[in-house]
Design a binder for this molecule. Structure first.
Ligand code: XIL
Length: 362
């Protein structure tokens, strides 16, 4: 009897305190909680148990990118991607597809002919279509959404073109071949043809920066109005302990929610250095200990992000951490960016995220 009462009070908690036993359970009435995985995460017993216990959605960190599955024209290397897809199938975890098209980790053979000249846009589109159809078809049964295009929008201040308009696109090889945004439109059309049921996302970083946020907003709005099948916006969420502010995250989600019904935080991590975004420019903070002040800032930043996302749970369907533990992080373990430490133990920030107070929202 005593044990039963203790267990009951543990589960219910006090004053609306969420005392769920895992992240996915704590957030089940709000949105899915996802994690980006590498091959170790799904083969090592301790790590894969953690994935199964805590997360309801998974993303392949690298193994479904074009360069991983399609290193040369007509040559497909599925093994690693298949292992991740099978792990999801076997354990009933949903799979976010990442990413069909991107300027990085792409296959150069898509852009160049055998003499290393840029191909025409017709040739590029044919190759893109074949790639997108083949990948999407292979994982249709398990992938519920795709990042169709990653990181097309330029960083930095407005750059006016000859007509006095901002040129918002990154000057990638796609852009060089096409001279406009047609490659983005085509990618979404091909993905929709291949799987009418998957949700299709445009994904980018620094998505709370006002200039970039507005560029993303304008592009998606205009494309949707023109019938391009974009269902959602992926906010990568590579933040740091100093920013973006809760107000800026709130403003970005609210703005995106005006034009799409689905928002995912696709690659959340919070580094302790001052860099931000998706480019690897930073120092990996080698050897540095994390200070109490940094820990407090990081906890406050994670709490703020999840507060915003809970407020927008009607449009936010999934929040994905970019990597399982600090040890796995692409930022280096000395950036301490995640909820689990390098030995896969939950840090205090895990409890901050999981045990939010349902009454106060804190
Ligand atoms: C990163 C991976 O985590 C690294 O292992 C790899 O070396 C480079 O790519 N934005 C994205 C992700 O959309 O695919 C990137 O992943 C991180 C930035």
């Amino acid at each position: 009897m005593f044990t039963t009462i203790c267990m009951l009070s543990f589960c219910i908690g006090s004053e609306g305190q969420n005392a769920a036993n895992s992240l996915k359970e704590a957030y089940k009435d709000y949105f899915m909680i996802g994690v980006a995985v590498n091959q170790r995460n799904i083969s090592d017993a301790q790590q894969s148990d953690l994935v199964k216990r805590e997360f309801s959605s998974m993303t392949a960190e690298n193994d479904m990118k074009p360069a991983s599955v399609h290193p040369a024209e007509g040559r497909w290397t599925w093994e690693r991607a298949d292992r991740i897809a099978d792990f999801c199938r076997q354990n009933g975890i949903k799979l976010r597809g990442h990413t069909l098209m991107w300027h990085a980790q792409m296959c150069d053979w898509m852009f160049y002919d055998e003499n290393h000249n840029l191909v025409t846009k017709e040739v590029l589109f044919r190759k893109m279509r074949e790639h997108i159809h083949t990948v999407v078809n292979r994982y249709k049964d398990v992938v519920y959404c795709w990042d169709v295009f990653n990181e097309c929008i330029a960083d930095g201040p407005r750059r006016l073109n000859a007509e006095g308009k901002d040129q918002p696109l990154r000057e990638s090889t796609f852009y060089k071949i096409c001279g406009n945004d047609e490659y983005i439109r085509k990618a979404f059309e091909y993905a929709r043809e291949a799987d009418p049921d998957a949700l299709l996302f445009y994904n980018d970083y620094n998505e709370c920066d006002h200039v970039k946020r507005d560029r993303i907003y304008e592009m998606v709005k205009e494309m949707k109005a023109a019938g391009v099948p974009i269902d959602g916006i992926g906010m990568q969420g590579h933040y740091n302990i100093y920013g973006p502010s809760e107000e800026d995250i709130e403003a970005a989600v609210s703005k995106y929610a005006e034009i799409v019904d689905h928002i995912h935080v696709t690659e959340l991590d919070i580094r302790v250095n001052r860099e931000m975004g998706g480019q690897l420019r930073f120092s990996r903070n080698e050897g540095a200990e994390i200070s109490n002040e940094q820990i407090e800032k990081q906890e406050a930043q994670y709490a703020a992000i999840f507060r915003v996302m809970r407020r927008h749970a009607d449009v936010v369907d999934c929040v994905t951490f970019w990597n399982l533990s600090d040890r796995d992080s692409w930022l280096g373990s000395n950036n301490y960016p995640l909820l689990f430490d390098k030995d896969y133990n939950p840090k205090n920030v895990y409890r901050v995220v999981k045990d939010f107070n349902q009454n106060t929202g804190k």
